[in-house]
Design a protein around this ligand. Structure first.
Ligand SMILES: CC(C)(COP(=O)(O)OP(=O)(O)OC[C@H]1O[C@@H](n2cnc3c(N)ncnc32)[C@H](O)[C@@H]1OP(=O)(O)O)[C@@H](O)C(=O)NCCC(=O)NCCS
Length: 170
């Protein structure tokens, strides 16, 4: 997409607040505390005319895994190719660093991307690699996410969760 600039740099406090606010409005992601967002190391951000328009991060876990995290495009910028561009940047980073990639999503645009990039699609949580299952449990232990999970219970979700994996050597 023309006019979109992507950079790799950690979130500023102001950007983390925007991301958190935007995620709070999305029924499909539970979210992250500000502290977690500010701690993310490998962050990709998109700007249009210097305006912060979206982001995603590669969160490394286990020996050689990374999870696409905090993937969000600001509401009025969606559907214009920004998410696709951010994804591509994060994907290339993970491949270069020889990390296996893991994605969990129920968002239709994200599922579209997973299929386009030929991820292995897994529909049962228990069929995921052990490293992913362990990390999921660690991730779930969070007061912030428990509160958000309960707050979002009445929100209409886009569909069922889909898990996507891409092994570094595939
Ligand atoms: C997921 C998200 C980041 C995608 O960003 P985006 O800028 O809207 O995505 P793009 O416009 O680049 O579209 C990416 C692909 O999804 C498709 N797509 C976009 N919106 C779609 C929709 N509502 N339904 C189905 N497919 C859609 C596009 O056609 C494109 O596919 P293509 O490359 O084959 O044309 C954005 O929708 C978002 O912030 N959603 C809320 C948060 C969320 O659920 N994040 C995912 C967490 S895993």
């Amino acid at each position: 997409m023309n006019g979109v600039q992507t950079i790799q740099k950690k979130f500023t406090k102001q950007e983390a607040k925007i991301v958190q606010k935007e995620i709070r409005q999305s029924p499909d992601i539970t979210g992250y505390s500000l502290r977690e967002l500010l701690r993310l190391k490998t962050v990709f951000k998109a700007f249009i005319s210097n305006e912060f328009a979206g982001a995603c991060a590669n969160f490394d876990f286990g020996k050689d895994w990374t999870e696409l995290s905090a993937f969000i495009v600001i509401g009025h910028h969606r559907g214009q190719g920004i998410g696709g561009k951010l994804f591509r940047t994060a994907f290339i980073d993970a491949i270069k660093r020889k990390r296996n990639i893991y994605i969990v999503s129920r968002n239709p645009a994200m599922i579209n991307i997973i299929k386009k990039y030929d991820f292995k699609i897994i529909t049962s949580f228990w069929q995921l690699p052990a490293a992913v299952i362990i990390d999921t449990f660690i991730f779930a232990i969070s007061w912030y996410r428990t509160k958000e999970f309960l707050r979002k219970l009445p929100m209409k979700k886009s569909g069922k969760f889909i898990f996507g994996t891409k092994l570094a050597h595939s």
